[in-house]
Design a protein around this ligand. Structure first.
Ligand code: BGC
Length: 536
């Protein structure tokens, strides 16, 4: 039954294996978007009800954060059952209805495949801790009698965890975890683990899911004498995963979450035979740096350090996401700078990053928000919008962990921001009521009625992007005029030639561009279609 459903559902989409290169992705947490059953928690019913909004915004793919059965100690990245929906969010039937409704609108769906670790409540872990050492059941996870192994592996959640090893009193051994101690790492040296992961992947791809974000993918294997990141074994496994996907399915996409320097991140594309996409983490903080420094250098420098990628591959670019604005891929000096200028309040800092949304980071300055979004949409890669940033939503740094950037979507000035009909005290997280970003003013309803709003500007940006394939597939060439406050580049795909000029300064600037290569052509401003004098 489910297979039949899936097949008919994916038929609704165009047959385009490279769809991700021209996509505009919208990242959303089911829990945070819309509450359909009035219990204070967003669900698939609610998300389905808001698909018209997403279609109107113009996005072509949704990336959903984990919605599986989980104790929710890491907001669902701690999975206790890979093939069941958390009851808070609905049922598998609700998910299928949602998927079909999204496909009917030409919107593809990307879900999460968290394969590095599970919850300590996953039956695999409960079984492993009871199993005899040396058995396959035990070896689903990585065990040790001492905490001395793999000392070169860094601690990622350094505000919360003192070690990558934790003691399990049942197993009477230490187990390995790169994230929270309630998230034991799976052992990829065990072939049974591969099989179990392939089964989970098949379950969702059979249903018709279009893409999978591979969470925390650099850490799959551990080897003594290494930092246990980006190992050859990890790449070999991913190639095997890709082969499996290619042999069974059409038009699907794997997206690597590898928070790494460009030369390591690029390895996740393989020779076009590993992941189709990978996030470009290092470019993100440099966009913010360039803006504050009013200097194009950080952006150009990191893109210069980024190797070319295979023809069918694509970077995923983002300004903000559900995590902290990570500062792992910057130098110590740059991190100090970013903290100083973007997180002077220590409460805004977490691990090696900043837990703030886009608008508050940019001092709610509409022009800066537009500038960074313009760069997000015009630099090489596929843009990912974080839910709520299209209306300039605020955050709440007084909530724990990264919850301050995961508050309910603001739909209207009604009770609970139109997110839920429930008693406000029952909401999974409080709505934003800080005076500058109060939901009574910052909400979809108000902005839909005002064609000059940020939401309308974002809609125009999305449309503009979709009209020109050069943004997703074209080459990039930087022009280097004397004035470093101005970032200039040309995106080109056959006869589509797009000149992007971004003034990073707060003030009006003067720049002289050598456009002699385009002599005789007539520039047309893309937002207003205004024709400029031809170039002499
Ligand atoms: C996710 C985080 C999560 C971590 C551990 C990351 O890559 O983006 O939200 O806490 O993985 O699963």
């Amino acid at each position: 039954m489910s297979r039949k459903f899936a097949k008919s559902s994916s038929i609704l989409l165009d047959d385009n294996p490279l769809w991700y290169r021209d996509a505009v992705i919208y990242e959303v947490h089911v829990r945070a978007f819309h509450d359909g059953n009035g219990d204070g928690i967003g669900d698939f019913q609610g998300l389905s009800e808001k698909l018209d909004y997403l279609q109107d915004l113009g996005v072509t793919a949704l990336w959903l954060l984990p919605f599986y059965v989980s104790p929710l100690k890491d907001d669902g990245y701690d999975i206790a059952d890979y093939t069941q929906i958390h009851p808070d969010y609905g049922t598998l039937h609700d998910f299928r209805l949602f998927l079909r409704a999204a496909h009917e609108r030409g919107i593809r769906v990307i879900t999460e495949l968290v394969i590095n670790h599970t919850s300590d409540q996953h039956p695999w872990f409960l079984r492993a801790r009871d199993a005899k050492p040396g058995t396959s059941a035990r070896n689903f996870y990585v065990w040790s009698d001492t905490q001395e192994r793999y000392p070169e592996a860094r601690i990622i959640f350094k505000d919360f965890e003192p070690s990558n090893w934790s003691w399990d009193p049942m197993a009477k051994a230490y187990y390995w975890h790169r994230f929270y101690s309630h998230q034991p790492d799976l052992n990829f040296d065990n072939p049974e683990v591969h099989k179990a992961i392939f089964d989970a992947l098949d379950f969702w791809l059979d249903m018709g899911v279009d893409g999978l974000r591979l969470d925390a993918v650099p850490y799959l294997y551990e080897r003594e004498g290494t930092n246990c990141e980006n190992l050859a074994e990890t790449h070999a496994f991913l190639k095997k995963l890709r082969q499996h996907v290619d042999s069974k399915y059409k038009n699907r996409m794997l997206l690597a979450e590898a928070n790494q320097w460009p030369e390591d991140a690029v390895a996740y594309f393989g020779d076009g035979d590993e992941c189709h996409m990978a996030f470009h983490f290092p470019v993100m903080p440099r966009l913010f740096m360039s803006l504050y420094m009013e200097d194009r250098f950080p952006i150009i420098d990191i893109l210069d350090q980024t190797p070319a990628i295979p023809e069918s591959s694509q970077w995923a670019l983002f300004l903000r996401n559900h995590d902290e604005l990570t500062l792992e891929m910057v130098t110590d000096e740059d991190r100090d700078y970013m903290y100083k200028v973007y997180a002077s309040d220590p409460r805004a800092r977490i691990n090696l990053g900043i837990r703030r949304r886009l608008a508050p980071l940019l001092a709610t300055n509409r022009r800066r928000v537009e500038l960074l979004n313009s760069l997000l949409f015009s630099l090489p890669g596929t843009p990912v919008i974080y839910y709520g940033d299209e209306i300039g939503m605020g955050d709440n740094i007084y909530l724990g962990d990264r919850n301050g950037v995961r508050t309910p979507m603001q739909w209207s000035a009604d009770r609970n921001a139109g997110f839920s009909r429930t008693n406000p005290q029952r909401l999974y997280l409080p709505v934003i009521i800080d005076p500058e970003h109060h939901y009574e003013t910052v909400n979809v309803d108000a902005q839909q009625q005002n064609p000059a709003s940020l939401l309308w500007w974002m809609k125009r940006l999305v449309l503009l992007r979709k009209n020109y394939q050069a943004f997703g597939r074209g080459t990039i060439e930087f022009l280097l005029p004397d004035n470093r406050k101005v970032l200039v580049f040309v995106r080109r795909l056959s006869d589509e030639i797009i000149l992007v000029v971004a003034n990073l300064s707060r003030f009006v600037n003067y720049v002289e561009l050598d456009l002699s290569a385009y002599k005789g052509m007539v520039p047309v401003e893309l937002f207003g279609h205004t024709r400029f004098p031809s170039m002499s």
